[in-house]
Design a protein around this ligand. Structure first.
Ligand code: UGA
Ligand code: MN
Length: 251
């Protein structure tokens, strides 16, 4: 099966660094198609040329977050779901262009996480929805589904454990066939904090149907890493003096 990796991304200082790192991980994965969805009103030259030079099979989409749902200056990052409309745009593209008979798996890979190559081997055999642990998330060393006799019987999660699916976005993959069979399945951009993953999964499976991967969810193969925002004090100072770093150099 092909793996469709769906990545929402937005313009900020570290965007290119994140996408270069992720693209170079994905280059090691066979039969992969990268669906990159910019949170923007139009595709950017930076992302377009990065994709063209990446060596990956890719599709470049864009979908701006609705103005009323966009983060306002001073708002904390967690106030609204991030990447929801972009992932929905990718779902639409999959439904518009892919054949239900195509053997494929869809994985929602944020641009800032850290992915082991073994994770892609694990998810490729997904029949409906596969799940596995995610490191460094939910205020824990890791969150994970709890498995007994090969079945998911609960979750190790401490933050809002009452969620229908207390899983991070990085902790599951979905069979393309199932997504195409449930045209109403999408992310709810108005979902309450922490409920974005459940807003999709509740359309697709029951907890009992989840397929545990990564040695019955005993191995961490993906980490919810987050990149520090670079400080630009000197840059701003120099810019005020007309001596900022050359704006023609892409960073
Ligand atoms: C956590 C989860 O890991 C995300 O998958 C989930 O979307 C998010 O919470 C949520 O609940 O909304 P976190 O690390 O806090 O993630 O989120 P980010 O990494 O900042 O954003 C997730 C993805 O959306 C990234 O690929 C990012 O580039 C993209 N994004 C973020 C946008 O497209 N637009 C934005 O304004 C912000
Ligand atoms: Mn993140």
């Amino acid at each position: 099966p092909t793996i469709y990796v769906v990545t929402p991304t937005y313009a900020r200082l570290v965007q290119k660094a994140e996408l270069v790192r992720l693209s170079q991980t994905l280059l090691h994965v066979p039969k992969l198609h990268w669906v990159v969805v910019e949170d923007a009103a139009a595709p950017s030259a930076l992302v377009a040329s990065l994709l063209a030079q990446s060596g990956l099979r890719f599709t470049h989409l864009h979908a701006p977050t609705a103005p009323e749902r966009r983060r306002r200056p001073g708002d904390p990052a967690w106030l609204r779901p991030r990447g929801a409309e972009q992932r929905n745009r990718a779902l639409q593209w999959l439904r518009d262009t892919r054949a239900p008979a195509e053997p494929a798996v869809v994985y929602f890979a944020d641009d800032d996480n850290t992915y082991s190559l073994r994770l892609f081997d694990e998810m490729r055999s997904t029949r409906r929805v596969a799940v596995w642990p995610v490191g460094l998330v939910g205020g824990l060393r890791f969150e994970r589904p709890l498995v007994e006799r090969g079945r998911v019987v609960g979750f190790h999660a401490a933050w809002k454990p009452e969620r229908p699916f207390p899983l991070d976005m990085a902790g599951f993959a979905v069979a393309l066939r199932l997504l195409l069979a449930r045209p109403g399945a999408r992310f709810d951009p108005r979902a309450e904090r922490g409920y974005l993953e459940s807003s999709l999964l509740r359309h697709l499976v029951s907890r009992e149907q989840l397929e545990p991967k990564a040695d019955n969810c005993t191995r961490v193969l993906v980490w919810h890493t987050r990149t520090e925002k670079p400080k630009m004090r000197q840059e701003e100072q120099l810019q005020r003096e007309g001596l900022g770093s050359d704006p023609h150099v892409e960073v």
